[in-house]
Structures are given as C-alpha cells and as structure tokens.
Design a binder for this molecule. Structure first.
Ligand code: PMP
Length: 451
C-alpha cells in the first residue's frame, strides 16, 4: 500500500488503484510519466483557472522566497498581504472591503461562521449562532464547514460530530417542484429560508451560507436572480448575515470575476479559495463588509481565531500575481470557451441519458438520469459518473465526476471547469471526448435507461 493517501477515496487508492502519475503540466495540459498528454478540463478541482506553469510565476516564487516567505500575521505586517487585501477590496462587489486570510476553502467558511457569531455577540445578540445552508451544497470537510455542507454522501458517518444547524432546499431549478414562472419558483424556494428562520427562532440564527452557483454537488445550477434578491431581503429583515461561498465560483469560473455579480446582490461576507492563487499555493480568504468589520473595532471586541500560515507573504505574492491576471480579456476568454463548449456539446442536450445540461460561463454540468421523464437517477451501483469519467480519461480528457446524492435527490454528474485560458482547439477536443464518452457509456447501459 502506498504511504500517501489520496483524498476522498480509499487509502492509497484515489478514485482507482492505478492513478495516472503526472510528470509535468503546462497551460491546460497534464503530461503523464508515460508521456501521454491529458487535457485538464476541470482545472483540477476547479482551481487552476489560469492553467498550469503560467509564465512569470517562477520569478514570483524566487523573488518572494528570497525576500521573506513566512511571517506571523499576529505580530508583523508585510506589503504582499496588504496589497492583496487592497486588490480584493477594489475588485469585489459593494463594500466587501475587509479581508481575513485562511488557507483552504473549509477554513474560510469556518472563519466566516465564527465571524458571524462574534459579530452578533458584540452587538449583544448572544444567542445568534445557528447557520442555515442548503442541501446538495459543499462548504468543506472540517466539522463546521461539514455541518453546513448539504452533500449527504460527504456528511455520512460524521453526523454525530456535526452542529445542530438547518438546511433548506437547494437552488436547483431542474428538480424544483415549485409552481409558476422561473421567477416565482425562485422566490418560493428562497422563502424556505424565511420559514426556517422563523421555525428555528430569528434570535438564534446568525447566518445563511450558499454557493451562488452550484458547485461540486450540483455543478452549474443557477436560480433566477429573484432568488438572491429574496435571500437578501429575508436576511435583512431577520438580521441574519448572508455568506456567499465563492470558493469555487470566484475568479471567473462562472463568467464574471465573482458569481454574485450575476445577481447584483452584495452578501455580507464572501469566502474565496481555489482560483485565488490558481493552485500555485494554498490560500483562501473571507471578505467582510464594512458594517460587519466595524463591530470588531469596538473596545472589548475580539476575534480569537486564526491559522499559522494565514496570509503568509509567499502565498500573498503569488495571489497578487494571479489576481492581476484575471483581466477583462481573460474573463472574456473564459466566457467564450464556455459558449463554445455549450454549442459543441449541443448533441447531448436531448440525449436519453442526460437529464440536465447546465452551464454558467466556463462551468458546465451534465446530470445523468435513468429516466428523463421522471428525472430518476441511476442506481448508484451502475457508477455512471465513474464510467463517463473513465471513458473521457481514456480519450485524453480529465473531467470532474460526481456521485448522485445518497437520498436519490440528485443524479450522478460530470463537471467541466477548464482553465479560462483554454484554447479553442482544446475546447473542441473536450467536447468531442465528452460526447463520445457519454454515447459509449449509454450503449453499454442502455437496458437501464427509460426512453
Ligand atoms: N466551498 C466550496 C464551494 C467548494 O467547492 C470547496 C471545495 N470543493 C470548499 C468550500 C472547500 O474547500 P477546501 O477543499 O479548500 O477546504
């Protein structure tokens, strides 16, 4: 057995025993030790938004590490994290202008929950501590973040560790049973938040957290904008902080720099990770609106929370370099490749095995179902997600697979989340490989599909 574990799967095994061994990577290409070139159509776990080995990154590592790599941010300051905070404040929506650094998406969400709790404690509302989130969401693997996570597969077995918080229906138009126009359905879905706040008691609820566009559990799902208008109003009415988890959707993944820009609504906090450094170093952050940060400046206010590596100058210098590269042109390139993928994958729109074909900018989600009419997912033992993933990998394309939820409320799926800098030729290769893979798997499992 290998000494090293591979995340989320068996010890030492990863998704399968013989994982491809990568020798090096450039742009959207991963090159194995055997010299095979794979297209990274998922940017790893939707991380390397600028692609691999971006020119100039080596000089940043060299100059910052020979200057200073690490400082304890409790005791020292440095240009690199200060500059990054200024940039994030300028480029994020509204007055999300104060930054708290962390090292992973999970840590960013943990910090946001504690910030929410302290914010209310400082205002004398000491009972407000409950976090409301949605089913079919992913907010991280640590206990607080997992408590908010609504992915039943990832929660399974750890329920006894988790906080007694609340979950509402996902923002998942494909499987909504609300009546009316898309706008009416969106408002009805959002009003579940109000019902849950009232049931639990507004005096106990601190925050609502949501991925603005669905990620790892239900990729590329997006509600009508009325959903977030309603969420904002409800949060304001009941004095609940709205946390947008942009760990996956941030930095151009869904088109604009941040997915909340689709909706024109400013959350009270926004958590960032992944694309913040495009995977060159681990780093994440919580952006906080002025009125929230203000509560931490009073005499006696405190926030006894932090991580050793937070805001280290090396990661901050890398993030400064990376964030500067999310120019309008790069964001537009991402959107153009998203449009190209959608048009070249058109053959899958009416495919008997594809229940939902969704896209938001360069993020595409295919949800597989055994019956398009009833939207019934495949039996988990069919491992459709893995078969399509394997077929695409055999065709030289790495995609991001996902199992359906254990309660049968979401089907197996495949996410495409390529670097924004993907070439047109690679986008075509991805589309061809995915169509061919879905068709190949379909031919094998046809008896399980109701047409
Ligand atoms: N939030 C979202 C929306 C994510 O997609 C992820 C990671 N997939 C996380 C939080 C957790 O981030 P990390 O794995 O860096 O802890």
């Amino acid at each position: 057995m290998a000494h090293q574990n591979h995340i989320f799967y068996k010890w030492g095994g990863g998704i399968e025993p013989d994982l491809p061994r990568i020798d090096h990577a450039t742009d959207e290409f991963l090159v194995t030790e055997d010299g095979e070139q794979l297209i990274d159509a998922a940017s790893g776990a939707a991380v390397t938004n600028l692609g691999h080995s971006v020119p100039g990154i080596d000089q940043i590592f060299e100059s910052q590490s020979s200057n200073v790599s690490y400082l304890s941010l409790s005791h020292f300051s440095h240009d690199a994290p200060e500059e990054l905070a200024r940039t994030l404040a300028t480029r994020s929506p509204g007055d999300l202008s104060k930054v708290f650094y962390t090292n992973s998406g999970s840590e960013a969400n943990e910090a946001a929950f504690k910030l929410a709790r302290e914010y209310f404690r400082s205002r004398g509302k000491t009972e407000k501590s409950v976090v409301i989130s949605r089913w079919q969401s992913y907010h991280g693997a640590t206990f607080g973040a997992l408590s908010a996570t609504g992915n039943t597969l990832r929660r399974r077995g750890y329920e006894s560790f988790l906080a007694d918080w609340e979950h509402i229906s996902p923002a998942y138009p494909y499987r909504w049973s609300f009546e009316g126009t898309p706008e009416e359905q969106a408002r009805a879905a959002a009003r579940e938040l109000e019902t849950t706040i009232r049931q639990r008691g507004p005096e106990t609820v601190a925050a609502f957290i949501a991925e603005p566009v669905g990620g790892a559990s239900i990729p590329a799902t997006a509600p009508h904008p009325a959903y977030y208008e309603e969420v904002r109003d409800i949060c304001d009415e009941y004095d609940v902080l709205f946390i947008a988890d942009e760990v996956m959707t941030g930095f151009g993944r869904t088109g604009p720099l941040f997915a909340m820009e689709h909706y024109g609504v400013v959350p009270d906090m926004m958590t960032l990770g992944k694309g913040l450094t495009s995977g060159y170093t681990p780093m994440s952050a919580v952006l906080v609106r002025d009125h929230v940060a203000e509560e931490f400046t009073h005499d006696g206010a405190s926030f006894a929370h932090g991580h050793t590596f937070a805001g280290n100058p090396l990661s901050a210098a890398v993030a400064n370099f990376v964030v500067d590269r999310y120019t309008d042109d790069v964001l537009e390139q991402g959107r153009a490749r998203g449009r190209q993928l959608v048009s070249e994958l058109d053959a899958l729109r009416d495919h008997p095995m594809v229940g939902d074909f969704r896209a938001m900018g360069p993020m595409v989600g295919l949800e597989f179902v055994a019956d398009r009419a009833t939207k019934e997912p495949f039996d988990p033992s069919s491992k459709v997600y893995k078969r399509v993933y394997d077929a695409a990998l055999d065709r030289g394309v790495y995609t991001y697979p996902g199992k359906g939820s254990v309660d049968g409320l979401a089907g197996d799926h495949l996410m495409l989340a390529p670097p924004l800098t993907l070439s047109e030729a690679s986008a075509s290769r991805i589309a061809d490989a995915v169509i061919d893979s879905v068709e190949t798997v379909y031919r094998r499992i046809k008896p399980e599909v109701t047409t």
